[in-house]
Write a protein that binds this ligand. Structure first.
Ligand code: NAP
Ligand code: ZN
Ligand code: ZN
Length: 349
């Protein structure tokens, strides 16, 4: 075991502070990674603040991890010392159940192990995430990073990227489809970029008129202000697909009105009870609401390769570890452009 520096919260009302955590020794199939950058996902905040219940303390968040391989186990074949690699939201799963065998580790029937707040079978207790100097992860859950992409801007692809890529692919978004992305934060801005790269006509649906210019720069063809009832009426029954990234309980009925017949809105943001949905919102137009959780490891690599090919990365604001608590406040106030990424060198100093 080795002790490394990390940033964690001791309870749901506490600020994040520097703490020491243990990392296991490298086993046969393990890759030891010196973390260089880690993205800040809204899920980190939900977990620290116990918004979903069940958080285990101390919480050391972080599941958008980029780093350099510093050691590999005897049986590791895909990585070597010096490689630039990534780790996303999962660090383990049973690898034997049907979802695991079908590259859907995120739905492992025996429970996938989250990068943080998961059950740590090696050291006992729970897992600690990427707000730390170092992490040890089994090879299967380590991703290769395309060499042409900027290291710090690639970090958010490991969660925000795959969470938006996977539903766009699963629901078969095609060139020319009219796709609406709801909520311009970390996930939303990747949703715009990826849907645009897939050739869709992208409409950014936002509560923040001041983000309109940015949305267009990121690849949106049009911007729709969701509070503008007249504008919403003009877009009624016109979308082939909607990706909803809103992070809190909200009324989805106005968005359902935007879907074409048989079209689907996929929820990725609000993992909690929603405001009541009117049956008529679905019945009139045979509409669908669905959900999606990150993506499997194979699809995550496919997404990273797609981003390498299309030169897609995140728009990031790099911060020092010591500024994390301010960054959290800004994310909660929808004031992030468009993903905070922690420079982990600041923790080592
Ligand atoms: P974020 O950066 O905070 O972005 C969320 C955006 O939603 C905000 O910037 C804001 O955009 C909009 N919004 C906020 N409150 C709203 C409200 N009350 N009504 C309508 N729109 C609102 O968050 P994120 O990191 O993208 O994460 C989004 C959510 O996805 C979080 O809940 C996170 O936990 C979840 N998540 C899920 C998965 C998954 O696998 N399903 C993976 C990662 C994250 P505008 O200013 O443009 O309106
Ligand atoms: Zn995340
Ligand atoms: Zn499994």
């Amino acid at each position: 075991m080795s002790q490394v520096k990390a940033y964690g919260a001791q309870d749901k009302d506490a600020d994040l502070k520097q703490i020491d955590i243990e990392r296991r020794e490298v086993k046969d199939k393990d890759v030891k990674i010196q973390i260089t950058y880690c993205g800040v996902c809204h899920s980190d905040i939900h977990t620290v603040r116990n918004d979903w219940g069940g958080s285990k303390y101390p919480v050391v968040p972080g599941h958008e991890i980029i780093g350099k391989v510093v050691e590999v186990g005897n049986q590791v074949s895909n990585f070597k010392e010096g490689d630039l690699v990534g780790v996303g939201c999962m660090v383990d799963s049973c690898r034997e159940c049907d979802p695991c065998k079908n590259d859907l580790e995120q739905f492992c029937e025996n429970g996938m192990v989250g990068t943080y707040n998961g059950k740590d079978k090696h050291l006992g207790g729970h897992t600690f995430g990427g707000y730390s100097e170092m992490i040890v992860v089994e090879e299967h859950f380590v991703l290769s990073i395309p060499k042409n992409l900027d290291e710090k801007a690639v970090a958010p692809l490991l969660c925000a990227g795959i969470t938006t890529y996977s539903p766009l692919r699963h629901w078969n978004v095609q060139e020319g489809d009219k796709v609406g992305v709801i909520g311009l934060g970390g996930l939303g801005h990747m949703g715009i970029k990826l849907a645009h790269a897939m050739g869709a006509k992208v409409v950014m649906i936002t509560t923040s008129p001041k983000k309109a210019e940015d949305a267009k720069r990121l690849g949106a063809d049009e911007v729709l202000i969701s509070k503008d009832e007249e504008a919403m009426k003009k877009h009624a029954n016109s979308f082939d697909f909607l990706l909803n990234t809103v992070p809190v309980k909200h009324d989805i009925n106005p968005y359902l009105a935007l879907l074409k017949i048989d079209a689907t809105m996929v929820m990725v943001g609000a993992i909690e009870p929603l405001e009541p949905m009117h049956g008529g919102s679905l019945i009139m137009g045979r509409k669908r609401v669905a959900g999606s959780l990150i993506g499997g490891i194979k699809e995550t690599q496919e997404m990273l390769d797609f981003c390498g090919e299309h030169n897609v990365v995140s728009d990031v604001e790099v911060i020092d570890m010591q500024n994390i608590n301010d960054a959290y406040e800004r994310v909660v106030n929808s004031d992030v452009k468009y993903r905070f990424v922690i420079d982990m060198e600041s923790l080592r100093n």
